[in-house]
Design a protein around this ligand. Sequence first.
Ligand SMILES: [Zn+2]
Length: 249
Amino acid sequence: MKKTEFTEIDALFVGAHPDDVELGAGGTVANLAREGKKVVMVDFTRGELGTRGSGERRLKEASKAAQILGVQERINLGLPDGFLKSDDETIKKAIHVIRKYRPKIVVLNPEYERHPDHEAAHRIIRSAMFKSGLLRIETKENGRLQEPFRTRKIISYQQAYAFTRKPDLIVDISDTFETKMKAIKAYTSQVYVPGISDPNGPVTRLSRPEFLEELEARAIYFGTLIGCRYAEPFISIEPVGLKSLSGII
Ligand SMILES: [Zn+2]
């Protein structure tokens, strides 16, 4: 993957762990990449506490998945898996990322989640998105002060509680569903890939063969709501504005 040369990107997709973005919004990422949009992914941790695999292996899997989705760059902040905290130091790291890439939209973990890291990632980014616009919070890139930056466009993909709240936006991923599944299967330490996954490893929710079927069923369900084959749901933090209704007709 080539290094990002530009400073302004279209979308920044954030995950507490490698695979969060693929599972929640992989089709949407691939849609944007196909449209030629500049997309960067940032993971807070390496997922080293996961029952299967290791932090090092998951980093390699994440890099492969990013290539499959077609994003410009994927970075990992190397923060502690399982103990992600919305503290000053972590928020400042997130401010640095936001000011570096200056995304038009940020897509992140949901506010309410079963895994505490997912909720922490949400709080970190929400705080960083406001504070990245404050001139007096100083962060540096290559020894130079970064310019303040703020965008109000922020949406959450959905994870464990996808069915407990009505989505605000649903994105048609019929054309990229296969790409999404291919990216997810790059995590051979986590999900069931015949012939590659360790059949004797500990069984987790993700490592069961049924998990991939559940993912497809979920995509079909949300697709049904908007009359397409496969879709991904999102929650918008702020109202989504349209210049004209022609944007949705
Ligand atoms: Zn996660």
